[in-house]
Design a protein around this ligand. Structure first.
Ligand code: ZN
Length: 1022
């Protein structure tokens, strides 16, 4: 899966330097800690001795499903939310309960007391009232709900024969035959799942997943025996169903479970969900698509919904004649049914695959195709956007060739479809043979800018890499998600550098590595491989640590291995060895170790990077020709002594002033212990470690070392590569946050900037200064804001002024110009604002014939959004725009307005989804939060609308992570810290345990400390 918008880290607030106490976290154990304490929650004896190995630690969710009183939780949630919102609180649930309680009506009415007759009547009334009340009280709450009470084949959790989050291993599915009949008018579907299974261990039950499916009939057949009706037990809290048997099913027996069911389409972005778009005639067209990763295949069909229950799938879809269908495999045949529907049957999958990779679509799309070495590659879109599909088709074809030859394993299916879905939350999803995308990440017009093409090519490269990494070889469990995502992310950069060098993807990759370090420096970060025991924890694995740190450590490994083919050969070995099956992290390292010439222990080296969170700070101290290197964790909080002893196996690279640019200059030193010593010539003036910033560590050169590097760059910037210059800037600001170098020293390094023209050093410096600018702006430190503005202009003014506003071809130049002009216009530079307004005017006046260069669109639209009149014009353009990349930039512009009524409107509309698709809400919130008025507004907005947000975006999901980060990362006061803490702890199971909440609190504390401690320094340094 591609998360999209995962460059959002680039725009988050700066992190302060000093270490602070983090006792509040210590007082609030997280889910895992609670689960460890067996006295806190009951534990369940294993039901089968052979299944003990798979038992997750008991989770909160699991316990809640077994009898915790949900109503009490709801009451508490209402109460704390209400308190937080300053509203007078009325406990609706308890008010309701007390009025229906038999005890409230026990005392007879006073007027009945005097006469005996009246007394009899009263007693009678009382008895009737009490009886009725008691009947009402004991009727299940569901009696009067729309959904009604559970059907007789459901049970309560006590009868359910399984009490764990993960399924038992005694039964393994071999094949599924699914027949689905979607009704796009009623927004429902019916299905039949025939599941062939093999019994691995003797057992009396079959347990699998199903969520929100109404099962109407279930039959079972053991071996060659009779087909019999069976009762299906349901345990909704764990989204599991089960069939119990009197007699044991014996190991090696084969059996078949057939389930008929019906369900509604999902209204969120997962499961089998409906989507719609308006065609060129203004007609609303509906379609249905799937998004199953990570836990939503169970919402479309009953299945063993864990990645290591691989199986084959034969899919049939009954549709109306005016629709078309797609699935993972090519269509085998189409048959007319007697009810006027048409049945499309797809070929049986010729590979075993995990349920999260199954996909199907019912729509009226059109496609372009080409045949590529026997594989039919097609790109599908709504008919109106056909002409925007060609670039994707060519790119997919090029990349498919590259991967076929790079992995030396030919893509195993006969066809590969890439489909642009009008409503889609992630960037894309790698379903085998049927990759689904947002329209923005697949469709580009022929006139679109190279930067737009870079986005599309990156996402295609990522998803195609998954066809091998993830689809062919899959992680056993979500704890090792990085094996899928870290790899696909690394391959996306590596393949584009090889196949499409004109896209200059290197700058983006470098920036990505800096940003994930910023996140991984926090105490709330996690190890690349982390234990995962709840649905929320599964969702949370889709974060930058799995994706971007995963990719970064693979780059570090590849560049530190001696032969340039060694990494590739190890990967090929791994893919061949585990083709069609599941793996754990150690399997990858073992494959690479087996292939290394000197049997270098890669497992030992790399497990230090995957099994512990964070990364090292390497400190350099030099005496003559002796250079001592020492390592310690780079941690932005000081209280976590447990991690201070962490050591990494670091392949340190270095260059010096005698040779600093070419790859041959690079020397390697492996630091495995706390300190190590290397020797350099006494004549060496400076050393630069981490050549081209391919290693995942930060370097402190000490005062003399930093001065030597600063002097060298001031004399001649060409002594180091642009990546090395950018990494010095990143590192010095990171060290200033840590308190290891002064802010003054960091600013000093920027003095060489007047001669800098390369993209990555400039964008990194701008990003660092913009962070500080925003933080000061939010604290309303106007004097410092003005000085910061002057500082930015001092360093970049001439470069800003030298930018032109015409089309540019080089991606790198476009990235540079876009960053510079965005900053200039944000700082309200007259020239920038005037040029932006001129371009908008030309664009509007030309009636669509004049194009604003793609990289300048965001700047132009952001300037337009600041005036009420231009905002309306821009919204009109947005509504009518067809071209998705441009449309999205217009939306970013609209959301960056500082006009309060527009901010309020766009947030509301983003949630409603009428004028703006709800999938864009995380982006809207991120943009809104960048300005002063917006960020406070957005914080109120998410508090008031939290429940609606988590209906659309699951707790823990990347969208929710992004929303939390956007709304909280620029707070820097105690009052805001208290508010954020109070709000999230009131959520309980609706989000309080999320790692991103811990990250938010930690970030605010760090911001607070940084601002408080640096105000005076800033006054002197700026
Ligand atoms: Zn992915």
């Amino acid at each position: 899966m591609d998360l999209f918008d995962n460059n959002s880290t680039a725009e988050r607030a700066n992190l302060p330097r000093n270490m602070i106490e983090n006792s509040m976290f210590e007082e609030e154990p997280d889910v895992v800690d609670l689960a460890k304490d067996s006295s806190t929650f009951p534990t369940f004896p294993p039901l089968d001795p052979d299944e003990v190995a798979y038992e997750p630690r008991s989770s909160r969710l699991l316990v809640r499903g077994l009898g915790e009183n949900d109503m009490d939780d709801e009451e508490e949630d209402c109460e704390s939310s209400a308190r937080l919102l300053g509203m007078s609180f009325m406990n609706r649930s308890s008010a309701h309960r007390s009025s229906s309680s038999p005890y409230t009506r026990q005392s007879p009415p006073r007027s009945c007391f005097p006469s005996a007759r009246a007394l009899v009547v009263c007693v009678l009334i009382l008895v009737i009232t009490v009886s009725m009340t008691m009947v009402l009280y004991f009727l299940p709450g569901c009696t009067f709900t729309k959904a009604g009470c559970p059907k007789p084949n459901q049970t309560d959790d006590d009868e359910f024969p399984w009490a764990k989050f993960r399924l038992p291993r005694s039964i393994h599915p071999l094949s599924y035959e699914l027949t689905l009949t979607p009704d796009l008018d009623k927004m429902t579907f019916t299905g039949r799942a025939v599941i062939n299974m093999s019994v691995l261990h003797n057992t009396k039950r079959i347990v699998l997943h199903a969520a929100n499916l109404s099962i109407s009939k279930a039959t079972f057949k053991l071996g060659d025996g009779q087909t019999v009706d069976v009762t299906v037990l349901e345990r909704n809290s764990q989204q599991q169903i089960a069939v119990k048997f009197e007699a044991e099913l014996k190991a090696d027996q084969l059996c078949v479970l057939t389930l008929d069911y019906s369900a509604n389409f999902s209204n969120a972005y997962d499961g089998f969900y409906n989507s719609s778009y308006t065609d060129k005639d203004g007609e609303k067209r509906v379609l249905a698509a799937t998004q199953f990763e990570p836990l939503s295949a169970r919402k479309a069909f009953p299945c063993f919904d864990e990645p290591n229950f691989k199986s084959t799938f034969l899919i049939k879809i009954n549709r109306k004649p005016n629709y078309m269908t797609l699935s993972n495999m090519p269509k085998a045949k189409t048959t007319n049914l007697s009810n006027g529907l048409v049945q499309d049957e797809f070929e049986n999958t010729n590979v075993n695959m995990s349920t999260y990779l199954v996909a199907f679509i019912v729509a009226d799309f059109t496609s372009v195709s080409m045949d590529d070495s026997g594989i039919n590659v097609s790109v599908y879109s709504v008919p109106e956007k056909m002409e925007h599909t060609k670039y994707a088709l060519e790119t997919a074809s090029k990349l498919l060739k590259f991967y076929n030859s790079f992995f030396e394993i030919v893509y195993p299916l006969k066809k590969l479809d890439l489909v642009a879905i009008p409503d889609f939350l992630a960037g894309a999803m790698e379903n085998w043979g049927l990759i689904t995308f947002r329209e923005t990440t697949l469709l580009v017009g022929k006139e679109s800018s190279p930067v737009d093409k870079q986005i599309v090519a990156s996402v295609i490269a990522h998803e195609l890499a998954h066809q091998w990494f993830g689809n062919l070889v899959t992680m056993s469990w979500w704890n090792d998600l990085w094996l899928n995502e870290g790899f696909a992310t690394y391959m996306q950069y590596m393949s584009l550098q090889a196949v499409m060098p004109e896209l200059d993807i290197g700058n983006l990759f470098l920036d990505m590595r800096f940003r994930v370090m910023d996140k991984d420096a926090l105490n709330s970060s996690h190890a690349v491989s982390t234990e995962v025991n709840t649905p929320e924890q599964v969702e949370e694995m889709f974060d930058s640590v799995s994706y971007e740190k995963g990719a970064s450590i693979l780059l570090m490994l590849n560049t530190s291995l001696p032969g340039d083919q060694q990494f590739r050969k190890g990967i090929i070995r791994y893919l061949n060895q585990f083709s069609g099956s599941n793996t754990e992290t150690v399997d990858l390292w073992n494959s690479l170790t087996q292939f290394s010439p000197q049997h270098q222990n890669i497992s030992e080296m790399m497990s230090s990077w995957t099994s512990q969170k964070g990364f090292p700070l390497v400190t350099v101290s030099r005496k003559g020709d002796q250079v001592t290197l020492s390592q310690e964790p780079f941690l932005l909080t000081s209280d976590n002594t447990a991690h201070n002893s962490s050591l990494w196996n670091i392949p340190i690279t270095y260059v010096n002033d005698s040779c600093g640019l070419a790859p041959e200059c690079r020397q390697v030193f492996t630091l495995v212990s706390k300190t190590g010593t290397l020797t350099v010539s006494k004549s060496v003036k400076w050393l630069k470690l981490n050549y081209r910033s391919t290693g995942f560590y930060i370097v402190d050169y000490g005062e003399e070392g930093w001065s030597a590097l600063t002097d060298a760059l001031s004399t001649n910037i060409s002594v180091l590569t642009p990546e090395d210059r950018a990494s010095l800037i990143h590192n010095v600001f990171a060290l200033s946050r840590l308190g290891r170098v002064s802010f003054h020293q960091a600013i000093n390094l920027l003095n060489y900037m007047s001669s800098e023209t390369e993209t990555s050093p400039v964008t990194e410096a701008l990003l660092q200064l913009n962070h500080i600018y925003r933080l000061l702006d939010k604290r309303q430190e106007f004097d410092l804001v003005a000085r910061m503005k002057a500082c930015i202009k001092r360093h970049f003014g001439s470069l800003m002024n030298s930018q032109t506003w015409e089309e540019k071809q080089s991606v790198s130049e476009q990235e540079l110009r876009s960053a510079l002009l965005m900053t200039a216009c944000n700082l309200k530079e007259d020239n920038c604002i005037r040029q932006a307004k001129d371009l908008l005017k030309q664009y509007v006046d030309s009636n669509g014939t004049f194009r604003i260069p793609g990289d300048l669109q965001r700047v132009v639209f952001a300037v337009a959004a600041q005036s009420d009149e231009d905002w309306s014009t821009l919204f009109g353009l947005y509504t009518n725009a067809i071209y998705d990349a441009e449309k999205r930039k217009m939306l970013q512009g609209l959301a960056s307005t500082r006009l309060p009524h527009r901010v309020a409107w766009i947030l509301k509309e983003g949630l409603k989804g009428k004028f703006i698709q709800t999938q864009e809400l995380p982006l809207i919130i991120r943009m809104v939060c960048q300005n002063f008025a917006g960020y406070l507004f957005a914080w109120d907005f998410i508090q008031v609308n939290w429940d609606r947000l988590i209906e659309k975006f699951p707790v823990g999901s990347y969208a929710i992570q992004s929303i939390i980060k956007s709304t909280t990362s620029q707070f820097s006061t105690k009052a805001h810290l208290d508010q954020v803490q109070a709000f999230f702890s009131s959520l309980k199971e609706r989000g309080s345990q999320m790692r991103s909440v811990q990250e938010a609190l930690e970030t605010i504390r760090l911001n607070q400390r940084w601002v408080d401690e640096n105000l005076s320094t800033l006054k002197q340094s700026l």
